[in-house]
Design a protein around this ligand. Sequence first.
Ligand code: AMP
Length: 295
Amino acid sequence: MTETVDSIAGVRALIAREKAALVAAGVASPRVALVPTMGALHNGHVALVERATELAEIVVVSIFVNPTQFNAAEDLQRYPRDLEADVVTLSAVSGPSHSTSLVVFAPAVDAMYPSGTTQTIVSAGRAGNTLEGRSRAGHFDGVLTVVSKLLNIVRPDIVLFGQKDAQQAFLVGRMITDLDIATSIEVVPTVREDDGLALSSRNRFLDERERRASRVLSQMLEAAESAADRGIDTVIAAAQSVAMGEPLVQVDYLAVVDPATFSPVDDDHRGRAIVLVAAKVGSTRLIDNETIYLG
Ligand code: AMP
């Protein structure tokens, strides 16, 4: 069953009602999962929602294009919005027991920011100013602020994020720990097209040539992975050489970070690391990442 609400009071009331109904039906402590999204849902989002239905009886999917995480030069106006299609997509998701209550929380901007914006901002700190944060000033403060609001509104037992946005998942996880927020985070693997391109709401902006060229991002990560036992410089060089073969792809950054800190790894780093890439393909900015094991 899928129900859509657009107010904070409405979603709180709906969750309370669903919890009470589950308790009455014999579920002692119904769990709530939250999947924050900006809509324009694709199979990457669906993977998060499907996983959420395995973890909780009540799944809240928020759909909110959050203005405070876009900066002036970015694509807030251009960001795709189609609530009706999103609700159809979500209605087709069935949990393992087919009895999950799916709540779609789709507030308007003035429901989330009644005074136009918020004076109180959660700072993502230093790791919020690197990589995506360096290219998009203030982006992660906007993300953490709206995620805090959503966590306070929904009070989920678990919140799910995609590995596709690895830095975002890291910063949200750290915020939950740092601010003692009573929830836990699960990070879901990236869903890809057959040729390796990570699914993204922005892929629809690629024309045919750009779409073909965009395979380079995942190919860079594969090249990095193949070089993982030959040292960090070789890893970077291997990925860069793939990008050089595709003039339509302009790399913004290519980095290898320690998953525990999101700082660039030292030359002597061994074990798990994350390779991240951001690139412009035509006018569309894409990101991707892969975990590798440095030998
Ligand atoms: P967005 O609507 O782009 O803000 O994404 C909402 C959530 O879906 C975030 O946690 C993303 O990391 C996740 N997500 C986006 N694309 C993918 C993908 N291809 N695979 C897995 N998760 C994804």
